[in-house]
Design a protein around this ligand. Structure first.
Ligand code: AMP
Ligand code: MG
Length: 351
């Protein structure tokens, strides 16, 4: 299949092109488009056969549920039932934006989209290109991250082209993702609101709206989680894994730098392609052929936005061993470390 790539200028979006993308979706085609979190692989979320095509294009197991993307708040009521009042309060505060809410599903939503669950994941993106395309489609758009299963989520159109060219009808290029990490997911279908995936909207943010909110045990994991019963089928799959092995080195700053330099020297002496993943502040202190800075520690947002591109870089350069600093902290750092720990298969070294 030939994949059409169209470029949209954010300052002057070509409405006719966005309409073309929406019309393709309305016909059951697959269109990847930018959102403020990561690029999404969109398809009509109400059609079973389209959901099946999304899974096939990604090479993703079909019990991994998809998030439905909407353009108006009122759409939530078409897709969910028994909506708690809290959902409206969260929507008022965080929509449009990087928040996904899990609610009880309405009958129109096929089980093919929810991975067989009686709940549905809903998000209203703030990205204007995304919302315009959803609006033009006249339906609700199931859109998982537009990467091949097991690869890091795409934060640039080039990442999508790399993974999905020839597998979908269209890719809409809207430049780099602003946030660069997938949406925060909060489950409102149970007694206590549960954070299933940390993201740009943090536990602290939720706590300003709701008294009681908890992390799902899988979010707090520091070990591989075969033993943990996944709340959603998707949570059990390995994610974001580069081909090389990442080890997160934790401890006092100067001890970490000394340890990483010693390990790099050992590996490079054996001819192993080795990299360091670090912050801008410490970059100059590493002796390694590949030193990748995620940005300044002064900006968690910058670090988050560059993480997935770094993981892809390691694959492109065929790096075999990667030593990473820890970016532990509060707020967004929890989301960053959640992705980095998964990418490392939870391998850490204390110094
Ligand atoms: P992605 O589409 O790649 O951003 O990831 C979608 C993720 O959303 C899945 O892997 C699940 O973890 C989560 N999800 C989607 N629908 C549900 C649901 N009904 N219940 C719980 N989690 C869900
Ligand atoms: Mg994904």
């Amino acid at each position: 299949m030939e994949t059409k790539v169209i470029k949209i200028n954010r300052n002057q979006p070509d409405k006719a092109l966005l309409k073309e993308a929406g019309q393709l979706l309305a016909k059951g085609a697959l269109v990847a488009f930018p959102t403020e979190t990561v690029y999404g692989l969109g398809g009509d979320g109400l059609k079973e056969d389209v959901a099946a095509r999304i899974y096939a294009a990604k090479g993703r197991p079909s019990d991994n549920p998809l998030i439905l993307h909407i353009a108006e708040l009122s759409d939530m009521e078409k897709l969910a039932v028994d909506i708690p009042e809290l959902a409206y309060r969260l929507a008022e505060q965080f929509w449009p934006g990087p928040l996904t809410m899990i609610l009880k599903k309405a009958e129109v939503v096929p089980y093919a989209t929810t991975g067989g669950l009686d709940t549905v994941a809903i998000r209203m993106p703030s990205d204007e290109i995304a919302r315009e395309i959803i609006r033009a489609s006249g339906t609700y758009i199931a859109a998982p991250s537009a990467n091949l299963s097991g690869r890091p989520s795409p934060t640039k159109a080039e990442h999508v082209i790399e993974d999905l060219s020839g597998r979908i009808e269209m890719i809409v290029d809207g430049g780099d993702s602003d946030i660069g990490l997938e949406s925060s997911i909060i489950d409102l279908s149970g007694e206590v609101p549960m954070i299933l995936r940390p993201g740009y909207i943090t536990k602290e943010d939720f706590e300003r709206i709701v008294a009681e909110v908890e992390y799902d045990s899988a979010v707090l994991a520091t070990k591989p989680q075969e033993s943990i019963v996944a709340k959603a089928p998707g949570m059990k799959y390995r994610h974001y894994a580069p081909k090389g092995q990442i080890t997160i080195v934790e401890g006092d700053n100067s001890a970490v730098i000394a340890k990483i330099n010693a390990l790099v020297e050992e590996q490079e002496a054996k001819g192993i392609r080795t990299a360091v993943l670090c912050a801008e502040e410490t970059k100059a202190q590493y002796r390694c052929n590949y030193v990748y800075s995620l940005g300044s520690l002064k900006s968690e947002k910058e670090i988050a936005a560059h993480l997935f591109a770094a993981l892809r870089f390691f694959d492109t350069e065929q790096l075999e061993v990667i030593y990473s600093e820890s970016f532990e902290g509060t707020k967004l750092a929890r989301a960053i470390m959640n992705r980095l720990r998964k990418a490392a298969g939870y391998q850490t070294l204390q110094v």
